[in-house]
Every structure is written in structure tokens, then in C-alpha cells.
Design a protein around this ligand. Structure first.
Ligand code: GFB
Length: 415
């Protein structure tokens, strides 16, 4: 039997499906994540779902629909309206042809056109097992189960389920099923291929699926395909040149948009003549109070590092409020910080400003981040891709009273 995937005609450069032979209409995979989760955890969930899609694609022509960005708890700029920070396409933050070189992807607006309307045939709401692990034994499994919590979808008078659907109020579905799941993302493959014939399937609460091969080649392929959008990189590069005396040529940070061609020897990148720090504050001040330093302690660490590494400046990426930033400036006069003008904020939005911060941190001679922050983790990965010596990357601040201040684990790119 010929597998249907052989019938997809793909673009050589982007890997994106150009057409499907008659009788092989694509199936669409959509997903969403727990509303409380931040941008960089969502990036991690994208990788899990993209890897699932890659496996589905070996049997049938599936396309991943990129969930519009919005309603993010951490995007708090008052001068931007809720509407401005909703229904944001992935192309605002990522280079979508680079994503498509890993798996076929389309934006939600493209899906609406291709699908002929705001309908999703089947929604699977993923949840844990009500009983937890049976006899303390962990096994991979997935089953249709009653919803453990009150469903977030409500039935309208026409028999459609309504929900958040990324801020598209017209979007609706006829079927919502709760699935208890315990396992890697690929546990969904048999279910999606055999137990449903729906052409469009949404996995809500997709963070319940684990990585198939954490830290392995598929993980890194998916990660490397998440190239930031060109305007954000270009803007951050200008900032580096203007404020930090840093350019790719002098720093030996050579980046290729076609991530498949990029393979850099570890230790090749030297980075710009600045120290970079990610200081996560806000909810981390109470959520992770034990391992987040006071501003005084953070400033002392940075002074010590600048002296030790003979670096004249320190770039600070932070979600701290204005009072804290002001205090930090007094403690650390050499500090460089990106404070967007109103025009820049309207152009890049909170998500783009955060990416600019990450890109600048990724190009520093030395980086120090915040314990367990996925924002810092994504910077580690970016630096690993650029070819930095791991000793200049896997560093974190310690809490003021922390005794065993374990430093981050290194994850080596697998090509
Ligand atoms: O990215 P994220 O998932 O990282 O969420 P964590 C933190 C968000 O805060 C970022 C903003 O996406 C940004 O919007 N933010 C944090 C920053 N640091 C900076 C910074 O240096 N510069 C800029 N411009 N913005 C997790 C969350 O946060 O923390 C979870 O994902 C949960 O939802 C947990 O809240 C406690 O891993 O740091």
C-alpha cells in the first residue's frame, strides 16, 4: 500500500505542502495551551506539537495551524489595547518559512480561508487522569474520560460549542471530548489516524503532552526552525551596534535564516563586549522567591562579573517595573536597557520587545539568567545554536539565602 504522504508535493526550500493530489485533502491540527502560560513555555509546547505533526505526516497529509498569539498574562503595557495584543499571527514574531522547513504550517487566517469558515470539527480537551498514577506506576496511556474540571466550552442555542479560540468569537465546534492523557506527544498518533476521521482537530491544553525525544535531534530541529522574525532581529542587531559595540563580524556570531544549513562548532562565537543578564521579577518574586536575588545582590554579582571578565557594560533584560529599573540604574550605572518608545512598542508589541531582549542577550560575551525561567532557557538554546562556549551561557543568579545554587544544565545541539 502506498502511504498517502508520498502524494504531497512540497516546496523544495520551505518544505511546505504546495498541493495534495486529488482525494488527499489535508487534515488540520490546531492546538492551544493553558491560558496562564507565558510566551516561552508556549514555544516549548509548539515544539512538542510540531514533532507530533511530523509523525502524523508520515502517514497522512497533515498541516499544523499556528495558534494566534494573545491574551497573555505577562503582556501588561498599558498603552497597548487588549485588541492590539490579540489575534497576532506567528509571522509577527517568527520567520514562518523557517518553521515550514520543519513541518507544514499555516496561519489561522489562512486556515479560515482554506477551511471555508470558522469551524473546527473536533476538539479534544487534554487533561490528567482523575486518579493520578495508578499504584505509583507511570505508563503511557490516553483514554476518553469524563471532563475532570468544568468544561471551558459552552454550548450555544444552535448546538455549537463556543470558547476562547484565540480571540476569534465566530470560531465554533460541534464536538468537544475530554481525553485523559499521560505520555509523549506521539501517543496521539494512533488516535488521530484511526479513532477520528475529522478533517480539523484541535488539541486544547496541549501542554499536557510531553516531548517525544527531549534534547534529541527532532527536538533541536524543531527548536532551530523557530527563527525569530527578520525585522526583530534586524532591530536588535542595530541596537547592539549602536549601544554595545557589537556586530556579527566582530563577535563571530554568524546566523543563517535557513537553519538547516547552520552548524557551528562549539566555542566559535565570542560575542559582543558586554555582559548580559536576564532578571525575571514580577510573579517570580513570590512564585520562586527562594532563588530570585534581591536587586542589591544581583547588582553585586554583575559588578563582580564585569570586573572578572573585563567587560565595560551590562545589558539588562527584565520584566521589572519602572521603580525597580530605576533602582537598578542607581546600583549599576554601566547598565544598558532597551526601553521602547511608544512607536517601537506599537510596532513590536510586548512580545516583540521580549524577543529583542532575548536576541541581544544571546549575542553577549557572557550571559547570566534567572533560575527555572523558560525565558532564560530559550536564550541558552539560542546561544548554543550560535556556537558559544557553554561556560559563557549556563549561568544563573542565586537567591540571597540559597545554599546549593545549582547552575543550569547544558543541552548540546544534536544535528
Ligand atoms: O516567557 P515566559 O513563559 O517565561 O513568561 P517564564 C514570562 C513573560 O514575562 C515573557 C515577560 O514572555 C515576557 O512577556 N518577560 C519576562 C520579559 N522577562 C522579560 C524580559 O527580560 N524582557 C521582556 N521584555 N519581557 C513562566 C510562565 O515564566 O513563569 C508561566 O511561562 C508561569 O506562565 C511561570 O507564570 C511562573 O518561564 O519566566
Amino acid at each position: 500500500m502506498t502511504l498517502p504522504c508520498r502524494r504531497i508535493v512540497r516546496d523544495d526550500v520551505t518544505g511546505r505542502p504546495l498541493k495534495f493530489e486529488t482525494g488527499f485533502a489535508p487534515r488540520y491540527l490546531l492546538y492551544d495551551v493553558n491560558p496562564g502560560e507565558g510566551f516561552n513555555l508556549r514555544r516549548d509546547v509548539y515544539m512538542r506539537v510540531a514533532t507530533l505533526l511530523q509523525k502524523l505526516g508520515k502517514a497522512e497529509p497533515w498541516v499544523l495551524v499556528l495558534p494566534p498569539w494573545g491574551r497573555m498574562y505577562h503582556w501588561q503595557s498599558r498603552s497597548l489595547s487588549q485588541q492590539q495584543q490579540q489575534r497576532i499571527p506567528w509571522s509577527a514574531f517568527f520567520n514562518t518559512p523557517s518553521l515550514a522547513a520543519y513541518v507544514p504550517v499555516i496561519e489561522y487566517e489562512e486556515y479560515l480561508k482554506e477551511n471555508g469558515g470558522p469551524f473546527i470539527e473536533q476538539v479534544f480537551y487534554l487533561q490528567s487522569y482523575a486518579e493520578g498514577w495508578t499504584e505509583g506506576k507511570w505508563e503511557e496511556k490516553v483514554d476518553v474520560r469524563p471532563c475532570v474540571e468544568k468544561p471551558v466550552y459552552r454550548l450555544d442555542e444552535h448546538g455549537y460549542y463556543r470558547g476562547w479560540f484565540w480571540g476569534y468569537p465566530e470560531t465554533r465546534t460541534k464536538n468537544v471530548t475530554c481525553l485523559s492523557v499521560q505520555g509523549m506527544a506521539s501517543i496521539m498518533v494512533p488516535l488521530l489516524l484511526r479513532n477520528t476521521s475529522a478533517r480539523s482537530v484541535m488539541l486544547d491544553r496541549a501542554e499536557n503532552l510531553l516531548h517525544d525525544e527531549y534534547g534529541q535531534k527532532t527536538y533541536w530541529d524543531a527548536r532551530r526552525s523557530m527563527v525569530f522574525a527578520r525585522p526583530l532581529r534586524a532591530w536588535a542587531d542595530e541596537f547592539r551596534a549602536e549601544h554595545l559595540n557589537s556586530t556579527d563580524a566582530t563577535d563571530k556570531t554568524f546566523f543563517q535564516e535557513d537553519w538547516r544549513k547552520m552548524r557551528v562548532k562549539v566555542g566559535t562565537a565570542t560575542g559582543g563586549p558586554y555582559l548580559a543578564a536576564h532578571l525575571r521579577r514580577k510573579d517570580f518574586l513570590y512564585g520562586h522567591s527562594g532563588d530570585v536575588p534581591s536587586l542589591e545582590a544581583a547588582a553585586n554579582t554583575l559588578h563582580r562579573l564585569m570586573k572578572q571578565l573585563k567587560l565595560p557594560r551590562v545589558f539588562i533584560a527584565t520584566d521589572a517595573d519602572q521603580d525597580e529599573v530605576r533602582e537598578l540604574r542607581t546600583l549599576l550605572p554601566q547598565m544598558v536597557h532597551f526601553e521602547p518608545s511608544q512607536a517601537e512598542l506599537h510596532r513590536f508589541l510586548d512580545g516583540g520587545v521580549a524577543i529583542i531582549d532575548q536576541w541581544i542577550c544571546a549575542h553577549a560575551r557572557y550571559f547570566i539568567g534567572t533560575s527555572v525561567s523558560t525565558f532564560s532557557f530559550r536564550i541558552h538554546e539560542e546561544r548554543e545554536i550560535l556556537g558559544f562556549d557553554p561556560r559563557s551561557t549556563y549561568n544563573r543568579f542565586c537567591g540571597d539565602a540559597e545554599v546549593n545554587c545549582e547552575q543550569p544544565t547544558r543541552w548540546k545541539v544534536i544535528y
